[in-house]
Design a protein around this ligand. Structure first.
Ligand code: NAP
Length: 296
């Protein structure tokens, strides 16, 4: 079903906020059904330390999960928590049948012996709703059932809900992080796009983008993607979250230029961003359904 869209310039503006809200409403229904089956989705969020941004992210995830009718287990650990203590918490969540999704808020505090890679590896791959465990990375590459990182999953969901075709299209992904660039490229490839991955050493980024039917910008550089880089009618997903010179949030794309040429475009804020929590909840509901042996 096509989500609500508004038109500004020539591009259709992809409304990630409304799409995410619609998904969260759908998940309420799923959570109710799972609860009736004795499998109420449970999300555990582990926060170590007092980082203000992490606290806001965790609060938003908790609120969204509760609003969708999930059980939320928030584990707040002090800054000086040791790796051994953190691993013990994760093992206990792995063993807890009421917990279907485990998320450790990153980054972990620096200065102690905390190790992010080891921490992510300790999460059971079947509860790794962030899709960051190496087992889930391998499953994604191998085309096997697993969990896909939430922001890339949200990008594909937006393309699908706006009925933007992927198969046979040339997708240019800018950025090659494990969190966004690499998984989105794998997802597009799995949907039979021809994928070009670009990064800071790409020789001529503008000419790569000019050949794209779909552009995913996941860089973190305000104003990188210009209007004359866009093939008329291309779909542009702006994942970047930056502060512009005016102090306002902005993406990697020069919005006012790109919207004149693109066929569809996500704004920042209100585009890809809100989809991340919706996909986290969906992964948790999928995990609860799998544990109960039912289809979502
Ligand atoms: P990251 O780990 O810093 O990766 C950035 C990537 O961009 C790297 O692969 C880098 O290339 C590439 N890059 C840097 N400068 C470039 C340039 N001038 N031209 C082309 N490529 C360039 O960042 P990330 O975690 O993937 O996040 C990317 C952006 O998405 C950030 O703004 C972040 O805040 C945002 N984000 C949003 C959400 C959300 O909406 N929910 C979620 C996650 C991230 P090299 O590999 O060559 O260094």
């Amino acid at each position: 079903m096509k989500a609500n869209a508004s038109t500004l310039g020539s591009a259709q503006i992809i409304d990630g906020k409304a799409t995410a809200l619609a998904i969260r409403e759908e998940l309420k229904v799923s959570a109710k059904r799972l609860t009736e089956l004795g499998a109420k989705p449970g999300l555990a969020v582990v926060l170590v330390g007092e980082d203000p941004a992490s606290q806001v992210y965790v609060r938003n995830k908790d609120r969204a999960a509760e609003a969708a009718g999930f059980d939320v287990h928030t584990i707040r650990l002090p800054e000086e928590t040791t790796q051994a203590k953190l691993l013990a918490e994760i093992h206990s969540l792995n063993d807890n049948p009421d917990v279907h999704g485990i998320l450790v808020q990153l980054p972990l505090p620096k200065g102690g012996d905390l190790n992010e890679r080891e921490t992510v590896r300790a999460i059971s791959p079947d509860k790794d709703v962030d899709g960051l465990h190496p087992e889930n990375v391998a499953r994604l590459v191998m085309g096997e059932r697993g969990f896909v990182p939430c922001t890339p999953a949200g990008c594909i969901e937006l393309l699908d809900r706006y009925e933007i075709p992927i198969e046979g299209k040339h997708a240019v992904v800018i950025g090659r992080s494990m969190l966004v660039g690499k998984p989105i490229a794998q997802l597009l490839l799995a949907r039979n796009a021809t994928v070009s991955m670009c990064h800071s050493r790409t020789a001529d980024l503008a000419s790569m983008c000019r050949q794209a039917d779909i552009i995913v910008a996941a860089v973190g550089v305000a104003g990188l993607v210009r209007g004359d880089w866009i093939q008329p009618g291309a779909a542009v997903l702006d994942v970047g979250i930056n502060r512009g010179e005016d102090g306002k949030l902005c993406g990697d794309v020069v919005f006012d230029e790109v919207r004149q040429r693109a066929g569809a475009l996500t704004p920042v804020p209100g585009g890809v961003g809100p989809m991340t929590i919706a996909m986290l909840l969906r992964n948790t509901a999928i995990s609860a359904a799998r544990a109960a042996g039912v289809e979502l």
